[in-house]
Design a protein around this ligand. Structure first.
Ligand SMILES: *[C@@H]1O[C@H](CO)[C@@H](O)[C@H](O)[C@H]1NC(C)=O
Length: 342
């Protein structure tokens, strides 16, 4: 259990798992990473584990897709999930860890990584869309944090529960490169990553696009396709399934410390060590995000109808590590996934 925390101990109940059953109750119904609570941080669809929660309807429902461009001109565009009132039209992105290292500054959503001295590594940030997407096209205008070895920046579309994921990632070791990757159902297969060389991604903004349909995924940089994945090429004859991301998901941005993660494969992938002084802050800048939903917006009128918890957690205990990737430090919100084998 880390001290860097997402909520006050008083605001939640530690779930004791017995034979796979959680002890979340009707007052703290939502299970996330070992804890039960009633707030958005625990109940938001796809952060919330529907199997371990109090009952099958305890987790909030997916918000649906909203076709929109978010310019981060308003501080309400990205907020700490603790202050989220449940309306995806009002707050477009949610910072899902405490302390909150996401800020809206100068028309950007800025993801910051600060020094966590006791653990000698960075404490990063994850900002997730408050709306969901199930196929569509997402373009983010980004200036990465690839200014030092070990610093990882990510723009992904992910379902945290199923583990389907489509990635752009940048590693500090290679500032003039963007990596693309995808995962099917949390399967750790590092052979699917490809790297594309370009100008220093930390020096200028570029447009990065994930165009995701039922048949194929295209990754684009400044409107130029750099990779295409066809669903038909993901067929696995052994399991008789297409290992292709199909789950409704959220657009997610992250910054985390791969260089001081303690995992050798991750460190070699991102570069290491990550240089730190007590006052060092690494920053990734998201200037805008354009979401074009497949088939247009869905369920836009759902906004504002989600229940919200009354607690306003400010600090305390951090949920334990998820266990799905034991090497993922809990202070590095996005698990290190795109990396060479250990
Ligand atoms: C399921 O849990 C929610 C609280 O999370 C509660 O409002 C609802 O009544 C419960 N449903 C059933 C069938 O127990």
């Amino acid at each position: 259990m880390k001290i860097t925390s997402i909520v006050t101990a008083a605001a939640l109940s530690l779930a004791s798992s017995v034979m796979g059953q959680s002890t979340c109750n009707e007052f703290s119904p939502c299970f996330r990473e070992g804890y039960c609570d009633s707030s958005a941080m625990f109940c938001l669809w796809d952060l919330c584990d529907p199997v371990k929660s109090y009952n099958s309807t305890s987790c909030w429902q997916p918000e649906g897709c909203i076709s929109q461009t978010v310019n981060f001109d308003s501080s309400s565009d990205a907020v700490a999930i603790n202050s989220y009132q449940g309306n995806p039209q009002t707050n477009k992105f949610l910072s899902v860890f405490e302390p909150n290292n996401v800020a809206v500054e100068n028309g950007n959503m800025v993801l910051k990584m600060t020094y966590d001295a006791p653990n000698n590594k960075g404490f990063g940030a994850t900002a997730k869309a408050s709306s969901t997407i199930h196929y569509g096209r997402v373009t983010a205008r980004i200036k990465t944090a690839s200014v030092a070895t070990g610093v990882v920046t990510s723009f992904i579309i992910i379902n945290e529960q199923t583990g389907d994921e489509i990635d752009f990632e940048w590693v500090g070791k290679d500032p003039a490169q963007v990596q693309t990757n995808y995962y099917y159902q949390k399967e750790l297969d590092y052979t699917k990553m490809t790297a594309y060389s370009m100008a220093d991604t930390s020096a200028e903004y570029h447009d990065y696009t994930i165009d995701w349909s039922e048949d194929r995924i295209v990754w684009l940089v400044d409107n130029q396709p750099i990779r295409e994945l066809k669903r038909q090429d993901t067929f696995d004859p052994q399991s008789n399934v297409y290992k292709y991301p199909t789950s409704e998901s959220r657009v997610s941005f992250g910054i985390w410390d791969g260089g001081n993660s303690g995992a050798q494969g991750t460190q070699e992938w991102s570069g290491y060590p990550t240089p730190w002084t007590p006052s060092t802050v690494y920053q990734a800048f998201v200037d805008s995000v354009t979401i074009e939903c497949a088939g247009g917006s869905s369920k836009p009128s759902d906004g504002g109808e989600q229940p919200t918890g009354s607690e306003q957690p400010t600090g305390g205990e951090q949920p334990s590590e998820t266990g799905k990737d034991s090497e993922a430090p809990s202070s590095a919100p996005e698990p290190p996934k795109c990396r060479p084998r250990n």
